[in-house]
Design a binder for this molecule. Structure first.
Ligand code: UDX
Ligand code: UDX
Ligand code: ADP
Length: 480
């Protein structure tokens, strides 16, 4: 029986290993983590992450060929293939601070592998890492090898949260990068055989190590760039009276462009896009490619601009002040169908409104109050670095209320901001919401989820990203 061990039981490691175990009954999969609470949750009825379809798969395999454990060294030493899926935060200090990936967790995992391994291993990079990390890891392993042979592979994961199981079941492609040597090719083949249990062979792409590492950064950068492109257009739409949904539809009909990933929004979030682009920018700068670096940097600038623009729109619409006003925040997760809040645009929007003294009442069907308070009191990039957690700031405690009901969140509010496109927001009773809000009542839709005309008919003043502005908003000062 082939034994697989995955170091890191997070958003990537957990679902990926669950699907490998589900699709390959002949493989024994152990997912290990140093975080006891996380492993305990994986072994309980309340999994540590919310992902449609995940629970079902975990329940079917757990205890049979899928195990979650904190006995990291034991499982690593027994495994033939070791996936490394630990966090790679952005460095907050020292060389490359604010851009470069912090490989501390990766390095310590590699040193631990070298310490405990007694037979030859295939070590697979699963977490997104800067180009040439594999080479660095290889050096650590080789220099501490005690006669054990290692093959390093890069097998970046392309799953998106909220659709992780669907993406893993039916991936657009599986990418495996390895050394162009006989042993390297043998290792690629071994990993290919695992995926070939359910993925058609023509979708398994094999490349060299560096192409695989760079392809992951490039794919995320291209995706984020599409969103920044459409978001940049949304500002122009508002200024000209064009409708961004109509523009996206027309543009996406060009088969060279395609219709997906062209939804204007309050900004992209998630653990990957910003981090990976910053990484790309840093690599470009290290290689003297300033023009390329500033090209990609602009994708993040437009994203920050979009979030600021939204806050400015809220404040300027409401007579240039939100001080002391209750504002309901509907949705806090970075996208629907996940409880994940990493880099969610809601953090910046809420911080912006709190900075202007607003009183926020937040509702999200999957995010806990504790998480929201943590997020709003953390510094940039600290979410991926548990040791940097800040104490909660007094403003956050005072002017923030987290509730489990939309109607409670909106009661007595002057405005509501819709920041995550949860399906349930499409079918809200907006008449009831309107009746219980202060007047004039504002809706700021950061996800183009509501039916603008219906809401205007009820009496709301509605702002929806990239849509023609109604008279009220046109009369307010321009938003830079
Ligand atoms: C992304 C990549 O899609 C995935 O392939 C990679 O493995 C990890 O990073 P994820 O961050 O989970 O996945 O979600 P994704 O669906 O890509 O959304 C990222 C952000 O972009 C979300 O905040 C989402 O709301 C936003 N988005 C997405 C838009 O604003 N408009 C769109 O059209 C699409
Ligand atoms: C373009 C648009 O494609 C067309 O829809 C519009 O109506 C007019 O402008 P055109 O300029 O005739 O058409 O040719 P196109 O095939 O788009 O190529 C434009 C340039 O981009 C060429 O120099 C081409 O060599 C280059 N190109 C195109 C690339 O460098 N790489 C590519 O992948 C595609
Ligand atoms: P991702 O979204 O990439 O999956 P997460 O932060 O969700 O990232 O998961 C990374 C996991 O890796 C965390 O649960 C963390 O505790 C774990 N981890 C980090 N370093 C180690 C290590 N040396 N050994 C085992 N687990 C580790």
């Amino acid at each position: 029986m082939v034994k697989i061990c995955c170091i890191g039981a997070g958003y990537v490691g957990g679902p990926t290993m669950a699907v490998i175990a589900f699709k390959c009954p002949a493989i024994e999969v152990a997912v290990v983590d140093i975080a006891f609470a996380r492993i305990a949750a994986w072994n309980s009825d309340q999994l540590p992450i919310y992902e449609p379809g995940l629970e079902d798969i975990v329940k079917q395999c757990r205890g049979k060929n899928l195990f979650f454990s904190t006995e990291v060294e034991k499982h690593v030493s027994e495994a033939d293939i070791i996936f490394v899926s630990v966090n790679t935060p952005t460095k907050t200090r020292g060389l490359g601070a604010g851009k470069a990936a912090d490989l501390t967790y990766w390095e310590s995992a590699a040193r631990m592998i070298a310490d405990v391994s007694k037979n030859d291993k295939i070590v697979v990079e699963k977490s997104t890492v800067p180009v040439k990390t594999a080479e660095a890891i290889e050096k650590i392993l080789m220099h501490n090898s005690k006669g054990v042979k290692y093959q390093i592979l890069s097998n970046p994961e392309f799953l998106a949260e909220g659709t992780a199981i669907e993406d893993l079941f039916n991936p657009d492609r599986v990418l495996i990068g390895g050394r162009d040597t006989p042993d390297g090719q043998k290792a690629i083949q071994a990993l290919k055989e695992v995926y070939a249990q359910w993925v058609p062979k023509d979708r398994i792409i094999c490349t060299n190590l560096w192409s695989a590492e760079l392809s992951k950064l490039a794919a995320n950068a291209f995706l984020a760039q599409r969103i920044s492109s459409v978001n940049a257009m949304s500002a122009l739409c508002e200024a000209t009276g064009a409708d961004v949904t109509q523009v996206s539809h027309a543009v996406g009909k060009d088969t060279r462009i395609g219709p997906k990933f062209l939804n204007a929004s309050v900004g992209f979030g998630g653990s990957c896009f910003q981090k990976d682009i910053l990484n790309l920018v840093y690599i470009c700068e290290c290689n003297g490619l300033q023009e390329v670096a500033s090209y990609w940097k602009q994708v993040i600038r437009v994203n920050d601009y979009q979030k600021n623009r939204f806050v400015n729109r809220v404040v300027s619409s409401m007579f240039n002040t939100v001080s002391g006003k209750k504002i309901a925040i509907l949705g806090f997760a970075f996208k629907k169908d996940t409880g994940d809040t990493r880099e969610t645009p809601a953090i910046d929007v809420c911080k912006g409104l709190l900075g202007d003294n607003a009183h926020l009442s937040i509702y999200d069907p999957q995010v806990t109050e504790d998480q929201i308070r943590k997020d709003l009191s953390m510094n940039k990039f600290d979410w991926d670095n548990p040791i940097h957690l800040q104490p909660m700031s007094p403003t956050v405690i005072k002017h923030l209320n987290v509730v489990w009901d939309v109607y409670e969140a909106t009661k007595g509010a002057h405005g509501l901001c819709l920041l995550t496109e949860w399906d349930e927001f499409k079918t809200l009773n907006f008449k009831r919401i309107y009746d219980n809000m202060e007047k004039p009542a504002f809706v700021f839709d950061g996800r183009n989820t509501v039916n603008v005309q219906k809401l205007r008919d009820i009496g709301f003043i509605v702002y929806s990203i990239g849509k023609p502005l109604d008279g009220w908003l046109k009369d307010m000062p321009a938003v830079a």
